[in-house]
Design a protein around this ligand. Sequence first.
Ligand code: FRU
Length: 526
Amino acid sequence: MKHNYIYHFVLIVFLLTWACTNQHQKAAQVIETESSTIEKYRPQYHFTPDSAWMNDPNGMVYYEGEYHLFYQYYPDSTVWGPMHWGHAVSTDLVHWEHLPIALYPDSLGYIFSGSAVVDWNNSSGLGTKENPPLIIFFTYHNPLIVKAGGIDVESQALAYSLDKGRTWIKYEGNPVIPNDGNRDFRDPKVFWNEDIQKWNLLLSANDHVQIYTSDDLINWTKESDFGYDAGTHDGVWECPDLFKLKVEDTDKSRWVLIVNINPGGPNGGSGTQYFIGDFDGKQFTADTKDTKWIDWGHDNYAGVTWSDVPKEDGRRIFLGWMSNWDYAQVVPTESWRSAMTIPRELSLIRKADNYLLKSSPVKEMDMITNKARVVRVADQMIDGEKIIDLHEVNLNQSRLNFSFNIGDSQPSLFGFIFENELGEHIKLTYSSIAKQFWFNRTNSGDVSFSDKFPAISVAPFEINQTVYFEMFIDAASIEVFVNDGELVMTEIFFNSEPYTQLKVYAEGGAIDLTEGAFANVNSIWE
Ligand code: FRU
C-alpha cells in the first residue's frame, strides 16, 4: 500500500516536471524564433539546447537518414546537475530538430555520457532483424553512493529503442558492467569490430582506458587496459573513442584512440588527446606514447564520433562540446549554457615521420554558406596593419578563408585581429621565430567571470612558405582550421558588442595575402 502511494506520488511529480519542462521548452522556442538575434551570445549555426545546461555530446549514431545527437542535459538549471540525455536529430548534420528528453535519471543514478549503435543483426535479442534495435550505452552515476562516501559510484548500462530513437526502454538487467573498484569508471563507447566479428566497448577508468568484447552487447568480457604509461595524466581520463582510419594517399589503415582529459588540456583545463596505433580487437598498442591534441584551443571537449555512418559515405565525423570545465558553468549566457562545435570530418595523414589526425569542417557547412554574399580579395602585400574590406559580410556570423605566402620577407609575426568599436578584440598571431600560434582573448570583452578565462592559447606549428586558414565565427565562438585542419583552435569569447572590424597584420617583414574569400553563414534555425 505504502509502495503504491509512493509510486503515485513519484508519477505525479514526474508528470508535473514533464509538463513544466515541455512548457519551458516551448517558451524558449518562441523566444528563439522571434528574437534569436537579441539573445546575446546565442550561436546561429551551432547546436545549442533550447534552454538550460548542456555538456558532452552523447550517443551519436546515424540511422535511417537521421543523425542522432544526444547530450548531457540538466533541464532545470543553467549549471550542471542531475544528468539527463537531451536529444536532437538532423538529416544533414547542420539543421537540428529538438526532440523530447531521451533518458531521465532514476533510482540507479544520473545518466552520464556514452554512445549508441544500431544492432543490425539483433545480437542483443532486444529487437528483431527486421526492426533492429538502436542501443544506447551510458554510465549510471549514483549520487547516493557519492553522498555515502562509497567508491562504486559508476557502472555501465543500456537502453534501447524500436521506434527510430523516439522512445527508449532501459534494459531491465542494468547495470551490464558493474563498478570494478575505480571511482571514475565511465563513458562507454561501443562499436562493431569487423576484424574480429565482435562488439567492442571502451570506457575510461580514472587514468586509463579499459577494453571489453561481447557477442551480444549485454555480456561483456574485459580484455585489456591502455594508458597507464602513455599520454598525459594531469587529470581524469574521460570519453574515449576508437576507430580505424585509412591513411590518406596510401592503402594502409591505422587505429585512432581518442581520450579526453580534464584538467590537463594543452592550454589548461579540458582537452582531447589522441593516439595512433594498432588494435587486435583486444588490445590497443600505441605507435608512440607521447600526447597529441585534436584541438589546441580552450574550447573543444568530450568530443567523440558518429557511429554507423553508411559505408558509401565512409566519413568519420566528430563533434565536441565547445566549452571547458574551468569556466563552463559561469560563462555569461542567460537562458542556456554551451554550444557544440561544428561537426568535423577526421582524416589521417602522414606528415614528416608522424601520423597526424586532421579535422576539417564537414562539407555540409557549404549548404549554409551564403554564396550570394561572398567577398573575394586577391594579392595584397601587407606590412603593418591592414583593415580588410568585408563589404556586406557580417563578421559575427561568418566563414573566412585566407591564403598567405610568407615567402622571402618572412614576417616575424603575422595574424588577425577581430575588433569592435569598444576596442575589445581577439587576436590570432603566428610567430615564425617561436614556430607557434598564439590565440589571445585577454581583451575579448567580458572576461571577469573566471580567472582562467582571459588567457592565451599556444600551439606549435611550422609554416613552410604558404599557409591556408579557414575560420568560422558565430556570435561567441571562433574555430580556426589551419592548412585544412592540420591544426585546429576553438575558442569562445563574450564581447560586449559584436566584432565588426577585421585586420590582418604583419611585423618584422611583409606578408603576401594571396587570396581571401569571406561569406555570411545562414542561421540554421530560420
Ligand atoms: C565529461 C564528463 C563525463 C561524464 C559527464 C558528466 O565532460 O565529466 O566524463 O560522463 O561529463 O556530465
